[in-house]
Write a protein that binds this ligand. Structure first.
Ligand code: FES
Ligand SMILES: [Fe+2]
Length: 462
């Protein structure tokens, strides 16, 4: 029945089976041939199916543990398009609650972040405690004796797990553990999040901005695309080069690796024995010999600094400037970017300051690199809905077949200049889009037991 730990409680309600029609979209991506149908970025039905079959069952990034210091500290964010509140309860556990009153559906929390004793809905005053239990109902006697507040708590994500300070939640209580879905990607994340024995912290709040583009354009680029760097960011590279003339040729084509896996995670990075951080105070702060011992020589040569990464579906990061970000989907044509700066806890104040400014200057909303990427995504999105454009396949064939297992770099790798991780993103996307999710299976099961249902147990809501 309706309890906070039972996502999507529906009581005796049923729905007509074709209200949510799931399409077989398997033919819209071809990870083996490296082709993508443009309509996956613009079609509303495909987008709605992504909400049901990808976002409702994947591990989604919520917040950094450092954002919660004492019970009652909360942060409001989204899982897909669903508003959620992450809050530290009295047992110092993070709860992730659907920010949606069980009475008429208003949000029970409207602040971006803060600290509270409870969440009181401003419509009729239902009030919920830090675990989402319904704690107070004005004029409760009007509901009669059979009203049980325990049935009307906020829906809460049944699974909340962290890796190296990064909190993720999942609506599927039977989901594979977070660490299993990160797999070998953990080694690449560690090069960013495990440099300091004290761990990491966040500084400067969360920066948010809206882009005209499908969420996958950003997610796949951060998984797979070093290729765009020299062309898209030519002016930024020119500004940053010591001569002011831009990168030399040998810097332009860099040697590196790209990681990809069956879960759709991806990371790419140049590899160089004298790898270093871009911001000078940060470079001077780090003891690279210590990092080689704490991590490994390969992590210091590779994913420690420059590079890009995506944890499927919509969490990405950039180690060199400590940027972590979520691409919140806002319809097929729009995304909202939420970005944090992550730093090592041991960093002194002046180094923190330098890294935060470096992040804002390069990848803040007006950053010299971020501007280029947003422009590209809105450009790709602008005409995706047009007929001829929408019927013309896109090319993801760079490095087709170039996959290797390599000593020192866990998992499956390819060249830095490759679409391998992009193809892996769409392989995972295709698999999830074709597989009924936990809620579909449960709804079918409930309908089969419900005497009022017309489904007679035969419908699958497909
Ligand atoms: S909608 Fe929240 S109390 Fe009525
Ligand atoms: Fe870029």
């Amino acid at each position: 029945m309706s309890t906070p730990d039972n996502p999507m409680p529906r009581g005796g309600l049923t729905r007509p089976p074709n209200l949510d029609v799931n399409l077989d979209v398997s033919g819209m991506v071809d990870p083996d041939g490296g082709l993508v149908d443009r309509r996956i970025f613009s079609d509303t039905q495909v987008y709605q199916q992504e909400m049901r079959r990808i976002f409702a069952r994947s591990w989604l990034f919520i917040a950094h543990e450092d954002q919660f210091k004492k019970p009652g500290d909360f942060f409001q964010t989204y899982m897909g398009e669903d508003p959620v509140i992450a809050v530290l309860n009295k047992k110092r556990e993070i709860r992730v609650l659907l920010n949606n009153c069980r009475h008429r559906g208003a949000r029970v929390c409207r602040a971006d972040m803060g600290s509270t004793k409870n969440f009181t809905c401003t419509y009729h005053g239902w009030s919920f405690d830090l675990d989402g239990n319904l704690a107070n109902v004005p004029a409760q006697e009007a509901y009669g004796e059979n009203f049980n507040p325990a049935d009307w708590g906020l829906v809460s994500a049944p699974r909340v797990e962290s890796y190296k300070g990064l909190i993720f939640a999942n609506w599927d209580e039977n989901a594979e553990p977070l660490e299993d879905t990160l797999g070998d990607m953990r080694w690449y994340i560690d090069a960013f999040m495990d440099r300091d024995p004290e761990g990491t912290c966040v500084v400067g709040g969360v920066t948010k901005w809206v882009l005209e583009g499908n969420w996958k354009l950003a997610a796949e680029q951060f998984a797979t695309d070093w290729y765009h760097v020299n062309m898209s960011h030519a002016s930024a590279l020119m500004v940053m080069s010591p001569t002011g003339k831009g990168p030399k040729k040998e810097i332009a084509m860099r040697t590196g690796r790209q990681y990809s896996d069956e879960y759709g995670n991806g990371a790419g990075f140049p590899v160089h024995p004298r790898n270093r951080f871009d911001a000078q105070p940060v470079h001077e702060y780090y003891d690279y010999d210590f990092l080689r011992q704490r991590l490994s020589p390969e992590q210091v040569m590779g994913p420690l600094t420059n590079g890009h990464a995506t944890v499927f579906p919509n969490f990405s990061y950039l180690p060199v400037n400590g940027s972590i970000r979520v691409w919140h989907p806002k319809g097929p044509n729009k995304m909202e970017v939420w970005s944090w700066t992550v730093l090592d806890k041991s960093m002194p104040e002046d180094v923190r300051h330098a890294q935060r400014l470096y992040n804002l200057r390069t990848f803040g909303p007006s950053g010299i690199f971020e501007q280029d990427d947003g422009e590209n995504w809105s450009e790709c999105q602008a005409n995706a809905h047009a007929f001829m454009v929408g019927n013309t396949a896109l090319n993801y064939q760079m490095g087709l077949g170039d996959l290797r297992e390599e000593p020192g770099f866990p998992g499956q790798t390819s060249s830095l200049y490759s679409d391998a991780a992009g193809r892996a993103v769409y392989r995972r996307w295709r698999k999830l889009m074709a597989t009924p999710a936990w809620h579909e299976l449960r709804n079918a099961d409930e309908d089969s037991k419900n005497p009022n249902s017309d489904c007679n147990g035969g419908c699958t809501h497909d």
